[in-house]
Ligand binder design. Structure first.
Ligand SMILES: O=CC(=O)O
Length: 318
């Protein structure tokens, strides 16, 4: 019996490839020399797409796959996929929620400690000989007993809150709606920023959260404030963030995501009060394995039953 055809957009692990191969005939979009000709000739053959949060489903692919039935994305954030348009065409979209909550929360903690305790400059001081030559490294700032603001109290935001409690934090949050939790709610990102010393963005990306951290919010955070982004680059006005760091409007930042990945502004790269990671919040062997297994499970379940295990909210009623 012939296998179902699957169009792969972006990289996958060997384990995912091996698990998919018995069920799907996999073609890699980026391996095609002439993408337009390939999509024109073969687009209608694909009922299934495997993609990720970075590539999503580009418009040309969406338009060239009239028989598409399922999209399985290797990541939790799906702002690069027009899930509303997929739902309207009856296409199921699946993502990988929950299995990465711990890792993303841990990445925030790593950045928070690194920025507050000046980990990168301190490491440099230790290995460069500066310690012997110039003496002790300057004092840094404690992460203990801070007022922490979580922008987006979804599943990952809650896991971040749990981690922060271990540091004696007073937790504040802003979300689209008030939740049944003991933390302090603020009805705007600005009011949240004004109330806290540490602000972490962990909202979904997309038009509804575009630049919700802007010049005013950064001003509200204030000169001792630290900003962290483990959400999407689009959530923050990056130019305003650069200026806020340059002008001392805020004290520092830890960033895993950027507006034009993989490009990072030089003005961020050159600052000692900023720690940068290349969108790796979920990128451990263990968590990527769990995410990959879920991507595969969504596709094989769809093959067997026509459903997926973890649909995005827009597709839950399909
Ligand atoms: O950014 C990572 C994800 O959305 O899983």
């Amino acid at each position: 019996m012939s296998k179902a055809k699957l169009l792969q957009i972006g990289d996958i692990t060997d384990r995912m490839h091996d698990a998919l191969s018995p069920h799907f005939d996999v073609d890699v979009l980026f391996a095609q020399d002439d993408r337009d000709a390939f999509l024109r000739e073969h687009g209608a053959d694909y009922p299934a797409i495997l993609t990720n949060g970075h590539w999503g489903v580009p418009d040309d692919v969406f338009a060239a796959t009239p028989n598409l039935k399922v999209v399985s994305s290797y990541g939790v954030g799906y702002d690069a996929i027009d899930a509303g348009a997929c739902a309207a065409r009856g296409i199921l979209v699946a993502h990988t929620p929950d299995v990465l909550n711990d890792e993303v929360a841990n990445t925030f903690v790593m950045l928070w400690l690194a920025v507050s305790r000046s980990l990168i400059p301190a490491d440099r001081h230790a290995r460069s000989g500066d310690w012997e030559r110039d003496g002790s490294f300057p004092l840094t700032r404690s992460v203990q007993n801070r007022r922490v603001g979580i922008l987006g109290l979804g599943r990952i935001g809650q896991t971040i809150a749990d981690r922060c409690e271990a540091f004696g934090a007073e937790i504040h949050y802003h979300s689209r709606s008030k939740k049944d939790v003991d933390y302090t709610y603020h009805d705007s990102p600005l009011k949240l920023a004004e109330a806290v010393e540490v602000l972490v963005a962990i909202t979904p990306g997309g038009p509804s959260t575009h630049h919700i951290v802007d010049v005013d919010v950064l001003g509200g955070l204030g000169a001792d404030g630290l900003f962290f982004n483990v959400a999407r680059g689009s959530v923050v006005d990056e130019a305003a963030l650069v200026k806020a760091l340059q002008d001392g409007t805020i004290a520092g930042a830890g960033l895993d995501v950027f507006e034009e990945e993989p490009k990072i502004p030089d003005a961020l790269k050159s600052r000692d009060n900023v720690v940068l990671t290349p969108h790796v919040a979920s990128a451990t062997h263990e968590t990527r394995q769990a995410m990959g297994d879920l991507v595969v499970e969504n596709l094989t379940q769809w093959l067997k039953e026509g459903t997926v295990k973890t649909p995005v909210p827009e597709c839950r009623n399909l």
